[in-house]
Design a protein around this ligand. Structure first.
Ligand SMILES: [Zn+2]
Length: 166
């Protein structure tokens, strides 16, 4: 399915306090403003079109809530999920299976090393390099938007760039 990448959420400029969908305690305008490449909250599962629930991630991590903003959009049918940008109701990317999310995490770990070692922690420069290496637009060059194959490819190009030290 095609996912549309949108600009900054107009609610970031709202004068009123924002409504937070349950179970989120709040949605911050300042946090919304930080999300440049936005994907709308899923109304149907990105994988199977099944129903999606906004929930605490303790449902996934064996009863243990995880992280400072422990919420996910989760499919009640195939269990695909995606985390949220902190202090917002915006998904980090596209809903995916546990295996894909693991592949994204592994790739991101290598990418963060590369960012530190080769780009002097300049994330913008590192992401620009990665988008070019993968041949994709910078607006969709986010680990949360990668499918399994793309995550594996990202890991491969980062590993190659890190050379023998990876
Ligand atoms: Zn699903």
């Amino acid at each position: 399915m095609s996912i549309t990448v949108l600009g900054v959420d107009p609610r970031s400029r709202s004068k009123q306090k924002l409504q937070a969908p349950a179970p989120l305690p709040h949605v911050s305008r300042r946090a919304l403003a930080r999300v440049r490449d936005r994907i709308a909250p899923p109304t149907a599962c990105h994988c199977c079109r099944g129903p999606v629930k906004l929930t605490n991630n303790r449902d996934i991590y064996a009863g243990q809530s995880f992280g400072e903003w422990p919420y996910v959009y989760r499919c009640t049918q195939c269990q695909a999920y995606v985390g949220l940008h902190p202090d917002t109701d915006l998904p980090l990317g596209i809903m995916a299976s546990k295996e894909t999310i693991k592949a994204r995490k592994d790739a991101k770990f290598l990418f963060q090393r590369l960012t530190k070692e080769r780009f002097a922690n300049n994330r913008t420069a590192a992401y620009a390099w990665l988008a070019k290496a993968l041949g994709i637009a910078p607006s969709i060059c986010h680990f949360g938007m990668f499918g399994h194959d793309q995550a594996d490819r990202a890991a491969d190009v980062c590993r190659a760039q890190l050379g023998s030290r990876a």
